[in-house]
Design a protein around this ligand. Sequence first.
Ligand code: IMP
Ligand code: MG
Length: 175
Amino acid sequence: MSIPLKIKPLFTESQIQSRISELAKQIDRDYAGEEVVVVSVMKGAFIFTADLVRAMSTPTKIEFIGVSSYEGTRSTGHVRISHDLTGDVTGCNVLLVEDIIDTGKTIDYLLDSLSVREPKSLKICSFLIKPEVYNMRHKIDYTCFEISKEFVVGYGLDLDNSYRGLPYLGQIIDT
Ligand code: IMP
Ligand code: MG
C-alpha cells in the first residue's frame, strides 16, 4: 500500500455536473435526430462517459476502446490498444470520449484507428484539455475544462490506477 498523497480540489462535483449538463445540451443540438455511438476511452473516461450519456437525450450506443500510454505521471510516448470495439462503426456517428488530452498522442492514434473504419462522422469530446501541451493539431469538438500542465486525478483520472473514484478533480500536492 502506498501512502495517500495530498490532493487539492480543482473542480468540485457540482461544478463538473453543471458543466456536463451544458455540454450535453450542445451535443444534443448538434446531433438532433441522429443516433450516436459513444466510444469511451478506457479506463479514464468511464465516469465522464456515464455522466455525459445520462445528461444527453440523443440516443446512444456505447463502446469502449482501451489504450495505454502512461506510467506514473509521465507518458511513455507509445500508445497501444489493449481492448478494441466490439461492434462495427462503419457508417455511424462516432463520438470519441476521452478523459484528458495532454500531448495528444493518444487522440491522434485513436483518430487514425477509427477513421479507417469509415464512420459517417467522427467527433471528439474530452473532459479536460491541457492546451499548453497539445498544440491543437485537430479540432477538439467538445471539452468541459481547460487546465494547465499540472497532473490531475479523480473523476476517472488516475495515478497508477489509484484515485479514479474521487467524485471531484484534484491536483496532487508535493509534500
Ligand atoms: P496524451 O496521449 O499525452 O494526450 O495523454 C492522454 C492520456 O494520458 C489520457 O487519456 C490520460 O489517461 C493520461 N493523462 C494525461 N494527463 C494526465 C493527468 O494529468 N492525470 C491523469 N492522467 C493523465
Ligand atoms: Mg490514464
